[in-house]
Design a protein around this ligand. Structure first.
Ligand SMILES: [Ca+2]
Ligand SMILES: [Ca+2]
Ligand SMILES: [Ca+2]
Length: 184
């Protein structure tokens, strides 16, 4: 069972994906997402980066779709989305590492624009903007202070790792990781 806090966080995530408020997400949702992200980074179909981006998202979509599409109409409603997450998080820990974790990790790399292995505040802002988080500057500043656990002004992979795990598992309202995708 997902906790109430988890349900709220994953509902927020669903709303981000369903950016046109259609009430469902499908394969096209993720095709569009990949295109937008690739466009933002100036990647073409023929680029390796495009392939990688495509594979990560399709892997994600195919997994949640396999476990959530109860009525087999090739779409996921919010309740089907939560069924998929409940299953992946509570019943299949291995796939969780392979599937769910991959997406934010990959986004971390994509938004490390200067490729120095860490995320600066500016890069973090562009990450949140690109996923349509709708957070204002002040909130992002506060959030960055929170997730920069050792206070050295950049987010390392270890710190990001912690945040991502908190997003999926934490049941403590105070944890910064709950806000990985903005308000919830
Ligand atoms: Ca369905
Ligand atoms: Ca960087
Ligand atoms: Ca840090």
């Amino acid at each position: 069972m997902l906790t109430n806090l988890q349900k709220r966080k994953f509902t927020r995530l669903f709303e981000l994906y369903d950016s046109e408020n259609k009430g469902f997400i499908d394969r096209d949702t993720f095709t569009r997402l990949v295109k937008d992200l690739a466009l933002e980074r100036g990647w073409l179909y023929s680029d390796t980066e495009y392939d990688l981006l495509w594979n990560k998202w399709m892997n994600f979509w195919e997994t949640i779709y396999r476990y959530g599409d109860m009525d087999e109409n090739n779409r996921l409603t919010i309740s089907e989305f939560l069924i998929a997450f409940d299953y992946i998080i509570n019943e299949m820990k291995d796939s969780f590492e392979r599937v769910l974790i991959q997406v934010p990790y990959y986004l971390f790399q994509v938004h490390d624009t200067n490729q120095d292995g860490v995320i600066s505040k500016e890069e973090y802002k562009s990450f949140l903007t690109s996923i349509g988080s709708g957070l204002d500057e002040e909130t992002i500043d506060r959030l960055f202070l929170k997730i920069d656990l050792d206070g050295n002004k950049v987010i390392t992979k270890d710190e990001f790792n912690k945040i991502v795990h908190q997003f999926y598992f934490s049941d403590d309202e105070e944890d910064a990781g709950n806000y990985l995708y903005g308000r919830f």
